[in-house]
Design a protein around this ligand. Structure first.
Ligand code: PMP
Length: 393
């Protein structure tokens, strides 16, 4: 038998992708001893017992086979009621709804349903790492919309980027990596622009459960472009909200003709989201997340205080990330600053992972307040030009 290593033809689509920079930072951090990890994009609390019990009951009661492609009836109904309650009947009345394999599953199916090779999708810059990769998988072009300096994705910023090849605009609010949340008026204007120009507005609302009081409207509701426009495609997940990112559960709601195509694709790609875990969905909407939100607000405030007078940070109104600009006088890229942080045993992610510009770091404050305080102290010192070896004590 020929023992020389075999070479394989690999598609251009896969070869164009690189492993996620977040994963790389994660692997790099794994070499540190007892690091202060401010890189993790998942909540730091256990899954609420109500959800765990419902999922276990799902397994125990032999709900382990396929569910309907669009999701189990009871789970789907719970989502339908939640969407109507949360986004209003104007949106929910005619909306198609389906459960997805995480938010990522919903996003990929949406892009597959909407984009042909060569088509364009406008994404925020900085972006969530999967956006350009998913567009690439669809052989479409992700067109970055620079959100600097206030990081709000507004109609004014998006309008000049729309071309005859644009099929979709992707909004993420509250955003990863900035935590920024535009107002309802700003979102309405963006939805109007998309409607007028015949492009679909996809709203990635994975952090909808973590909107801070200063981001809510007068009625205490989170702004969403879907609230006043049924042509918006909303994609949400359960992983971040309930600390169960490994369960791979999400949902998509929006124009029925789009959801129908996504359902067809789901049938052939994911088949269905994990059935026994879907059993936890009705329980999810019963859980009071306000203590978690309150703790993220406290940590957001700690971050803002730590960088006050040291670095520019757009004020997060949701999620659990902060986007910190490396001051020009340091003469460092985000990657170089990340390396210095590593020397002080702190893991953060370089801005270059989320943007072509490598001018920031992203930190996640989904960690204990004690660890966060320690990490912020070290970062603040590094941002003030102090040698990282001296800030470890
Ligand atoms: N969208 C954004 C903005 C995210 O930050 C993430 C996860 N970090 C996802 C989508 C994917 O989430 P899921 O694990 O539900 O697929």
């Amino acid at each position: 038998m020929d023992s020389s290593p075999r070479s394989f033809h690999l598609s251009a689509r896969t070869q164009a992708l690189d492993f996620s920079g977040i994963r790389k930072a994660f692997e790099r951090g794994a070499q540190l001893k007892d690091p202060i990890n401010l890189s993790i994009g998942q909540p730091d609390f256990p899954v609420p017992s109500l959800l765990k019990e419902a999922a276990v009951a799902g397994i125990e009661s032999d709900r382990n086979g396929y569910s309907l492609t669009q999701g189990d009836g009871a789970a789907l109904l719970a989502v339908q009621e939640h969407v109507a309650d949360d986004l209003g009947s104007a949106f929910a009345e005619d909306a198609g709804i389906m459960l997805t394999s995480g938010t990522s599953g919903g996003l990929l199916l949406a892009m597959m349903a909407l984009l042909d090779p060569g088509d364009e999708i406008i994404i925020p810059d900085p972006w969530f790492v999967a956006y350009p990769a998913m567009a690439r998988v669809c052989e479409a072009k992700a067109v970055p919309c620079p959100l600097d300096p206030d990081y709000r994705m507004t109609a004014q910023k998006v309008a000049p980027l729309i071309t005859p090849r644009t099929r979709a605009v992707l909004l993420n609010a509250p955003a990863n990596p900035t935590g920024v949340l535009p107002t309802q008026e700003e979102m309405d204007a963006l939805a109007r622009l998309c409607r007028e120009r015949g492009v679909v507005l996809i709203s990635d609302e994975i952090y909808d459960a973590f909107v801070f009081p200063d981001g809510l409207d007068e009625q205490g509701r989170m702004p969403s472009p879907a609230r006043n426009d049924p042509s918006v495609l909303v994609i949400r997940g359960f992983g971040k909200s309930y600390g169960c990112t490994g369960w791979r559960l999400g949902y998509a709601a929006g124009p029925a003709p789009i959801i129908d195509q996504m359902r067809k694709l789901q049938q052939f790609v994911y088949v269905c989201p994990p059935t026994p875990l879907q059993m936890a969905i009705p329980a999810a909407f019963e859980v009071d997340l306000s203590p978690v939100v309150a703790s993220y607000v406290r940590r957001r405030n700690m971050v803002m205080e730590a960088f006050d007078g040291v670095a520019e940070v757009p004020r997060p109104e949701g999620a659990f990330y902060a986007w910190v600009r490396v001051p020009e006088e340091l003469g460092l890229t985000g990657t170089a600053l990340t390396e210095l942080a590593m020397q002080a045993n702190v893991i953060v992610i370089p801005g270059g992972v989320f943007s072509n510009a490598d001018t920031h770091i992203r930190l996640s404050y989904a960690t204990s307040e004690a660890k966060l305080a320690q990490g912020l102290g070290r970062l603040r010192a590094i941002f003030r030009g102090i040698d990282p070896e001296k800030v470890r004590e």
